[in-house]
Write a protein that binds this ligand. Sequence first.
Ligand SMILES: [Zn+2]
Length: 81
Amino acid sequence: MKKQFGYRCEYCEGTVRARRVEREAFKHKSGFVILEKVTIGVCDQCGNRYYSADVLKRVHAIATGKVKPKRTQRVPVAHAV
Ligand SMILES: [Zn+2]
């Protein structure tokens, strides 16, 4: 596997480490896309998350309807009180 993490965090002195997560929500201009079992980069100090170009490409493809999602789930939306 190509090493795509391990670089220095943009916000602190930490190092961005690859982490496989069960689900991650990505904000997109048309809403949110959730990817399951995805490898992302997480800073080992501040916890900032980084996404590879491949992952972002996939989010974009799903958000624009080029790739069909496995399922769609409703997300509750409310105003803050
Ligand atoms: Zn950091």
